[in-house]
Design a binder for this molecule. Structure first.
Ligand code: GLP
Length: 242
């Protein structure tokens, strides 16, 4: 198990950004698995700074995001596609045609999921998959229960998650979409490396469950322990129970 505990959240973000930069530098055609959420914002800010200072080139990179809300168009300010544009893609030199985010407004959602899996395979597979963790213990939007062999699919969001993510929706959980598209746990485990980042005392209990609790489809983050090359970066607060 490779768990890194840093003194401050800033150090956690900086170490995570450093690992992503390394992945980009050490591959001719890097394939990144990206995540959304508040935790990722500071990591993307550091990547943008590295790019602006001339030390990080995204021109050969391909990206696949974990998930997207169903019913939100890519330009909807609450969509994850929009989040990615705002926090990363608009500020770095990644080629638009190498950006992949599941399309939550696709007319045939099952076909969209199958195409997403096919596109990941065609890229040669994800080199480094970045992960946050939700209050339900989800990675991506793999809500309880999510079998460890699940693939990209349509999921029903847990009420806990809709409340957790309601900040972007006027703090009204009822306004958060009820369903999402997400890479499955099996899809995530196929990445060559996993990097899970969590900060703050609010994540301490679920981090403890993810790292010490019984392996369970009810806490999809426990699945990362099955992966041969995973790293978890925590600040002291998120590591306080673990
Ligand atoms: C959303 C995303 C997850 C992410 C989680 C954590 O639910 N679908 O992939 O892990 O947010 O969010 P935050 O970093 O805001 O705590």
């Amino acid at each position: 198990m490779n768990v890194i505990v840093t003194e401050s959240p800033e150090q956690a973000f900086s170490q995570a950004a450093g690992m992503i930069a390394c992945e980009i530098h050490s591959n001719a055609t890097p394939v990144l698995g990206l995540a959304t959420g508040r935790t990722m914002e500071s990591i993307y800010q550091i990547l943008v700074q590295k790019h602006e200072s001339g030390t990080l080139d995204f021109s050969k990179a391909t990206s696949f995001n974990l998930d997207e809300y169903i019913g939100l168009s890519p330009t909807d300010p609450n969509s994850y596609r929009h989040y990615m544009q705002e926090h990363l893609f608009a500020h770095v030199n990644i080629s638009a045609k190498e950006i992949h985010v599941p399309n939550g407004t696709a007319p045939d959602l099952d076909a969209e999921c199958a195409q997403y899996e096919a596109a990941i395979r065609a890229s040669g597979g994800i080199g480094l998959q970045l992960l946050g963790i939700g209050e339900t213990g989800h990675i991506g939007f793999n809500e309880p229960p999510s079998a460890f062999d699940t693939r990209t699919r349509v999921v029903q969001l847990d009420e806990v998650t809709r409340r957790q993510n309601s900040g972007m929706f006027g703090n009204d959980p009822a306004c958060v979409p009820e369903r999402a598209l997400t890479m499955g746990v099996g899809t995530i485990l196929d990445a060559r490396k996993l990097l899970l980042v969590a900060v703050g005392v609010g994540k301490a209990a679920i981090i403890n469950e993810a790292l010490n609790g019984p392996m369970s489809e009810n806490v999809s983050a426990t699945a990362i322990r099955l992966h041969p090359a995973y790293t978890v970066i925590l600040d002291e607060a998120a590591a306080s129970i673990w």
